[in-house]
Design a binder for this molecule. Sequence first.
Ligand SMILES: [Zn+2]
Length: 265
Amino acid sequence: MIKDLLVSFKDNIKTKTTNPFFGTLIAVWIIHNYKFVYTIFNFRASTGLDDRLTFIGTYLESDKFLPNLFWCIGYAILALVATYLLLNFSRLIVYTFNKKVTPRVNKITDSKSIVTIDVYDDQVAETKKFEMRYEEEQDAKLNLQNKYDALEKKYQDQLRLKEAREDFREPIDKEQTELRENLLENQLINKSVEDPSFKSYFVNKNAQSNGDHEVHKSGCAFKPNSESIIYLGDFLNCQDAMKSAKKHYSRVNGCYYCSNACHTS
Ligand SMILES: [Zn+2]
């Protein structure tokens, strides 16, 4: 409670002394009553408490205290007015020099750095134009950049797709090749060994009584023994075998029993 009161009192004093009027008033009062102020801080050690109180009471309770205070208030107001007038006057001096005197001096000493207001305005307009153009260019650049980014993304996607497709295709191609090779191999085996439509044909070295050399199929009961025949090859039909036999003998004929289709006489 007491602490709160003290804090409030301290704040009050602080506000009063920092207020321009009260600050000035306090200063005027202290100067005007310097003897009283000086004395209360410098009593002789021999002066007793009663004497001190009497001295202070005589001053504060006398009829002169209030007129004295009003005099101080009047002086404080005058001092304040004078202070503000002086402040404004000094500001006037500073501004006058900054705005009027210094430019003139500059114009005299460095004429190139000073231009007329028309030239300045033209320059400002030109600068503004450039700024607008710069902004437009920036926008255009941003647009292009966005488009480029989108295209780049599309390209990367396509590239990934292509790679995926190639990864996928490689094993298929390999398998296809293997399958084709297997198929070819199987066809060859079928043709020469397993295909029952192919038969081995032979031609008789010894001609018949009419001059014909007879062509027989393997397994024919009338096929002569191995020393008397020439192996012609494996054929699908007797016609092919006859063509081969003609390379050995001009007169050939199919056997009546095993190659009847090629038997003529
Ligand atoms: Zn035969």
